[in-house]
Design a binder for this molecule. Sequence first.
Ligand code: GLN
Length: 276
Amino acid sequence: MTIIASLLREAQLPESPTARLDIELLLAAALGKTRSYLRTWPERIVGTEAAQVFASYLERRRQGEPVAYILGQQGFWSLDLEVAPHTLIPRPETELLVELALQCLPAGQGRALDLGTGTGAIALALGRERSGWHMVAVDRVPEAVALAERNRARLGLANVSVRASHWFSALEGERFDLIVSNPPYICSEDPHLSAGDVRFEPSSALVSGRDGLDDIRHIIANAPSHLVSAGWLLLEHGYDQAPRVRELMAQQGFEQVESREDLGGHERVTLGRLPC
Ligand code: GLN
């Protein structure tokens, strides 16, 4: 017979930088309980079935699989999102993009676009905060479109529509007040791609050509014909790409171009506005 406290004490994840948290999340999920349950009831007996599920979760994590993929979910903003291996796992850094977009979207009405929505994270967070706004969320990958739509439906956000589109390809003639994107921005040769959790994420969501800027260049070049006058463009990018992104936006006629730092002190989001 095993109790919660001894499973927590004995479980090891030597390679994970967040081992204790991972172990708690995996055990809580195997039991179908919350993490606070583990602390409140350390003497509870763990049934054989739950213990086996926990052991299989731990083994997957030992092989390097991210906790979010093992559990099939991840928190982002105020939302619990389903995640799957066809999409990036939403990152806390991306909440900066949501915060800045909210500053540009006055309460009221309008239309905003999230390019490469993945799980739907950004569009759904904005849709939740701005009920008067209509959010269009697009992705090129059919599995991502289906996943974002499941997240939308489960959250009951009727003001978000999820559509299939490779960047602007299915948005001919449509204009928005604001366009937001966390596109792939890693260089194809970046050594980080072969370490840690990103090994399990789809390279289509991470990699964008030799300098990591192929998709960002495409988005910036095409955004002006899909924005209203005085419309905003906000892009997440790599920690060292801000000067290039500012330059690209300025070349396309964006004004008020500036970059903002994430909690780690890296310039992570660049925004600009079309002239009136
Ligand atoms: N927009 C999604 C997110 O921020 C997916 C981003 C991506 O796949 N590059 O989580």
